[in-house]
Every structure is written in C-alpha cells, then in structure tokens.
Design a protein. Structure first.
Length: 268
C-alpha cells in the first residue's frame, strides 16, 4: 500500500460552548440544510401561479422535519440496531446516543407528506416533485458534517487522496463522505434541475430522486466501510446497498408509470 495519504486535520466537533450549551459542526450542517431547503421552497412559492404560499412552505418544513427525525431514528433502530432494540426497547428514544438512517428518514418524509397532501388538498405526486428538490443540497451538507466529525469513513485504500482518519485505525481510507457529498448532493441536485426543466409527468422528478440517490449511494457503498456490527451481508452487499434496491426499483417504476400515463392520455 502506498505511503502517500492525507492526515485528517484535528477538528474539534464543538464550534463553541456557552455554559452547558454546545454548538457542533454537525448540528450547524443540519441548520444550513434546513435554511437552504427553506430558501429554495420559498423562492419556488413566490413564483406566479406556483400554487404555494409561504405559510404552506412553513408547514411543509415542520412536517418534513418531523418525518426526517422520527423516520430517521426509527429506521436506524429497525434496520441497523434491531437486536439492541429487542434487548432494550427504550434505546429507540435515546436519540442523544446517535443513530439516524437516511432510508428511514425518506419513509418518514413520505408518510408526513401523505398527511400534508391530505391537509392541504395537494396532489401527492406533484408534492413529491416539489419536496425532492429541497433534499440534495441538504444531504450534501450532512455529508460534510460527517467528514468534519471523522465518521462514516471509507474502506482502506492506497489512492493518492486517501485520508488517515482518527479512530479508524492505522491505514488510510477513502473519504467516502466527500464522494457522497458530490454525488448525492451536487450531482443529484443538478440532475433534478435539468430533468424538471424537461417538464416530465407528475411524480417523475420524485422518481428520479429515488432512482438517482439509490444508485449513487449503492455505488459509494463499495468504498464506504460497512457497519462494524453488520459487516457485509448476503451477495456481498452492505445493508445500505440492500436498502437502496427498493429505492431504485421504486424510482424506475414511478418514472415508467408517469410516461405510461402520459402516453395513454395522449391517445384518449
């Protein structure tokens, strides 16, 4: 293995503290993600004939936040720590110990949006297209937070940009957090913007998000260190990859269904 690698800088996860209150880099990334999503949503709502008001955007942010937190925590416990949950059901509520699942967060947001669509009488597919545009940049901010925290690092490697993370052993690793920042954050956002400009059928932007995120995450999992307590599962895939498969299938199915609806409508 090459001796050339990057030594991770010693970054204090706490930016500053005031008494018992500490402001952490990871929390700041979540705040930045929320502010970016709110800005994008309000700009879209302000456009003529958008069908949205800023009050509705505010409600959307609230229900979306609940969906992310509750779904992310429940998903993490069920997908990654189910055995621990069976031994100690109260573990589900000890959020301060860490542990959130993106896939669980997606399910939580989808559930919250069902209620929001019913409450506001909005079309669920169109709502999904609106919501997914708010996600990629927030995801990217979260991955930067993972990198600053020196967590969720990659597998060992000898590529020139390998990083020696504190607490990850003596060997350099892929900075997989940055791979996810680029693919799940920047690239996915640009891809969604481009596709939305093509005026696809309702629900197809959401479908592309599911298929795009699932595909990018599936690829990055080959470079990301599997969870220590789970390791590599059947067929040589990680838990993250197994959870991405339903996303990819659902996304492709949603896109196909959208164009099928449009073609049938054109024939009527």
């Amino acid at each position: 293995m090459s001796s050339s690698f990057i030594v991770f800088p010693q970054i204090d996860p706490v930016i500053f503290s005031v008494g018992p209150l500490s402001v952490r880099w990871y929390g700041l990334m979540y705040l930045i993600a929320f502010l970016m999503a709110n800005l994008i949503a309000n700009r879209a709502a302000d456009k003529p004939n958008s069908g949205w008001s800023r009050d509705q955007v505010s409600d959307l942010m609230f229900f979306g936040f609940l969906g992310v937190v509750l779904g992310g925590r429940i998903g993490y416990v069920l997908f990654y720590q189910f055995g621990l949950f069976l031994d100690d059901p109260l573990y589900l509520f000890r959020i301060w110990e860490g542990g959130m699942s993106f896939h669980g967060g997606v399910l939580g947001v989808m559930t919250a949006m069902i209620y929001f669509a019913w409450r506001t009488q909005k079309n669920y597919l169109q709502l999904g297209d609106f919501v997914v545009m708010l996600l990629p940049l927030g995801l990217g901010a979260g991955r930067i937070g993972n990198f600053i925290n020196a967590e969720l690092w990659g597998r060992t490697t000898d590529v020139p940009w390998a990083v020696l993370f504190p607490g990850a052993g003596p060997l350099p690793r892929h900075p997989s957090q940055l791979y996810e920042f680029v693919l799940e954050g920047l690239v996915l956002f640009v891809l969604l913007l481009w596709y939305r400009s093509k005026q696809p059928p309702a629900g197809n932007v959401a479908g592309l998000f599911l298929a795009g995120y699932g595909s990018f995450r599936f690829i990055v999992e080959f470079y990301r260190e599997p969870d220590a307590h789970l390791g590599v599962l059947s067929l040589g895939m990680s838990m993250g990859q197994w959870l991405c498969l339903p996303m990819i299938i659902s996304g492709v199915g949603l896109i196909s269904w959208g164009y099928l609806r449009r073609s049938r409508g054109a024939l009527i």
